[in-house]
Every structure is written in C-alpha cells, then in structure tokens.
Design a protein. Structure first.
Length: 437
C-alpha cells in the first residue's frame, strides 16, 4: 500500500499493515500471493507495479469464481485460486477493492490527516526578504519617507497624523469616485494574492505576487513603509491573529491564512482581506472561515444612513456566538480615505462606544477577527507587528471597505472572493508538492 501522507503518525502505519493483509485475504488471487503486488494510493486507484490501473476487478471475480482456471483480460490478473462467489459480490467495480475496504481506507486517511493536524505547531517567524522596490514615478502616501532607495520607511514612527484621525470625513462625490477606483483595485490584488496560496508556497511569494501586480497597475502597496512595516501585504497563518509579516515559511496542507491587502491609487486607499486555504482544510478550520465571512457580512448588512455604529458589533457578535467563536477585541474597523486609518472606530463586538451615526459619504472598514475555542489569549511578537494566540488557537478574518450612501451601503471592495473555489482550483498537486494552476 502506497501512502501519500508523509507525516502520518506511527499508529497509522499499524492500521495500514493490518488493512493491507485484510484486503489481500479478500481481493487477491491466492496463487499470486508471492507474485503480484498492488498499490492502493491515497487518491483511491488500485494499480499494479507497472502503474496499470486494475479495472473491472469485481467483474473479474464474478466471472471466475466458479472456476479456478479461467482468466480475465480486462483485469490483467490470473484467475487462479479466486474467492467463492459469495465473497466476490462485495468487490467494487473499477476500484479493485470491496467498497467496505475502500471506505475504511478513506476513513484511515482522514484519521491520519486529523492526527497530523493535532500535532500542528504554532507558527514561527521565518526569514524575511529585503524590502521590495517601488518605481519612483508611483505616487506615495504621505507617511512614506526615503532613507535610501528600496527602504521606504522610518522605524518606530507613530500613526501618521491627518485631519480625520478623530473626526469622520464626509467625502465629496469626486473623492468617492477615487475610493471606488482604490477599492476595486484592492479587490483585484487580493485575488492575485489568494491564487498564490498553495501547499509549499511561502507567504513571501504571496507578498511578491501582490506587490508586482499593484505596482504594475501604477499603485502603491499601502502597508509598505507604514509605521515600519516592511512588506506589501500582511499574511496571518493559523494561530497568527493579525499583522503577520510575510516570510519564507512554506505553507502546509490544511493551513488557513488571512491575506490583507491595501492599495494607494489616485490619492486614496482601498483596504480588504480574505481567508485562503493551502491544500485541504479540516472541518473546524473551514467552518470558522465561513463563520468569519458571515459575520463580516452581517456587520455590513446592518449599515446605512442614520445607523448607530454600535449596531455593527452586535450583529457580528451574534454570528460569532452562534458558531462558538470569540470576536477578538483587540482589532477594529476604521475610517479610510486619503489616510490609511482614521475615524470612525468600528468596534466588531457589542459595545457602548459612541461613534455617532453613519452618514452618506462616510467610508470605513468592517473587519472582525474570530478565534476558535473562544480563546482570548494574545501575544505580540518582537517584530512589534505579528500578534498570535498563546494556545495555538487559530483565527479567521474578512475585511471590506464600505461607503454609506443616501439610501444604504455600497461595498467598495466586494464581492467577497470565493476562497473555497480558489482552494479547490489550486489543490491538484504536481511533482515536488507544489500546486499547479
């Protein structure tokens, strides 16, 4: 039996050994015990040592069970010593093993994946590549300064001041149009980043893909140089709650990660994020990602002219509570425009913070972070950006920039990317463990 699960625990090997002998007792021609070796791969195909798929094995068993001297050209196996008809009926046509045994093998494979994920280690920082260059002709945000080409930041600076840091801005129609452009480009860039997520890929490669796309469109990647941040996106994997710095850590099968993209074009920022999956997710992680998306849209759905900002948090928390998840209280939505962060503060949980009422022309983000097991632990890394749980509990987050209109709300960075479809398209593996497509 050939297994495509390199990290399967030792207990799984024991099950496989037992399973192998049991399958042979049921499905093999007895006279060929020492001559034939079949390999059952984790993709579910029964193959001979030459790689030929064994087809119509059930038909072969049925047609030869009454005679030990017949053979079947369709199966490619000698029919000497086949099982009686009363057992042969259980073999699965086209698979080579009875359906009960195939189901058992799939179950064992699932147990192996679950065991491997239970052993998942907390994310550790890898090596961070040098700062990527931005062509000189591209307009920079006001907070970016240059010490030298290729290092567009000043370390240790505080949040840049601007006129709307404490007072929400009501944008003019002209500025609203610029926000449309920035939001649409941010959404495009986010999908580029999501399609770079793959088993074996690194978050630095995700950063590079987004960076190259954004600058090619004549825009500036807003995180680069913001308060000392060294990359063009943030990538928060598994137990990292927010602000993860892309590095050379290879993504593993089942990793979930948030890719957070902001672009600066036409003098305005567009900010959005989504969860993405490397390989095949576990059920709990997938459910959490779905709940985070639902919670974000519940918050968006509550918005409109004259609405109290506190309603947003209540709607988000209702979804989180129903899913058994905690809304992380340390990260909030924010006003956005010619500035990256400003008023109002949009609290994603039930609160009594009076931010006033929503008015037409306001633009801000909604971006709840949901944490599994209702875990409220928190740790900031030495890089002063990356934040993670202390218990290896994972989190999920989605983010959109929205505009309050005269009669409702418009999602400037919508629609949400179908992260499950993106993962499914990337899932088929090519040699070496990297994903095709």
């Amino acid at each position: 039996i050939s297994l495509n699960t390199p990290s399967a625990p030792s207990c799984y090997a024991t099950h496989v050994k037992l399973y192998r002998s049991h399958c042979w007792e049921i499905a093999r021609p007895a006279a060929e015990l020492s001559e034939t070796r079949l390999h059952y791969t984790s993709q579910g195909a029964l193959r001979s040592p030459s790689g030929t798929r064994v087809a119509n094995f059930a038909s072969h068993l049925m047609s030869t069970s009454s005679s030990s001297s017949e053979s079947s050209s369709s199966s490619g196996l000698t029919a000497t010593g086949l099982l009686p008809r009363r057992v042969a009926f259980a073999a699965l046509v086209g698979g080579g093993l009875c359906w009960q045994r195939q189901a058992r093998c799939r179950q064992l494979q699932g147990l192996a994946r679950s065991a491997a994920r239970r052993e998942r280690q907390p994310v550790r920082r890898g090596n961070v590549s040098p700062v990527r260059d931005v062509p000189a002709h591209i307009l920079r945000p006001h907070y970016v300064t240059f010490k030298e080409l290729g290092s567009p930041w000043e370390e240790g600076v505080s949040m840049p001041w601007h006129p709307y840091i404490d007072t929400p801005e009501i944008k003019s129609p002209e500025k609203v149009e610029r926000m449309h452009v920035a939001g649409a480009l941010a959404r495009e860039a986010l999908e580029v980043g999501g399609r770079a997520v793959a088993v074996g890929a690194t978050t630095d490669e995700v950063d590079a893909a987004v960076h190259e796309f954004v600058v090619a469109r004549g825009a500036y990647p807003s995180p680069l140089g913001y308060m000392g941040f060294q990359k063009s996106v943030s990538t928060s994997v598994n137990d990292v709650i927010a602000h993860g710095i892309p590095d050379d850590r290879a993504l593993e099968d089942g990793d979930i990660l948030n890719v957070d993209v902001t672009v600066f074009i036409g003098g305005c920022h567009g900010d959005t994020s989504s969860m993405f999956i490397a390989g095949t997710p576990d059920d709990v992680g997938l459910a959490m990602c779905r709940a985070a998306r639902e919670a974000t849209w519940a918050g968006i759905g509550a918005c409109g002219p004259g609405v109290d900002f506190r309603v947003v948090g209540s709607k988000i928390e209702e979804v989180a509570d129903a899913a058994g998840l905690l809304v992380c209280p340390r990260f909030i939505g924010h006003g956005i425009g010619t500035y990256f962060h400003g008023a109002p503060s949009v609290w994603p949980f039930a609160n009594d913070n009076d931010e006033g009422l929503m008015l037409p022309g306001m633009t801000f983000t909604i971006e709840p972070v949901l944490v599994e097991n209702r875990d409220d632990t928190f740790h900031e890394w030495e890089d002063k950006w990356t934040c993670s749980t202390l218990t290896n509990a994972r989190s999920a987050q989605f983010e959109h920039t929205i505009l309050i209109t005269e009669d409702g709300v418009e999602v400037l960075t919508g629609p949400s990317i179908d992260f499950e479809a993106v993962a499914a398209e990337q899932r088929p593996l090519r040699a070496g463990g990297r994903l095709s497509g």
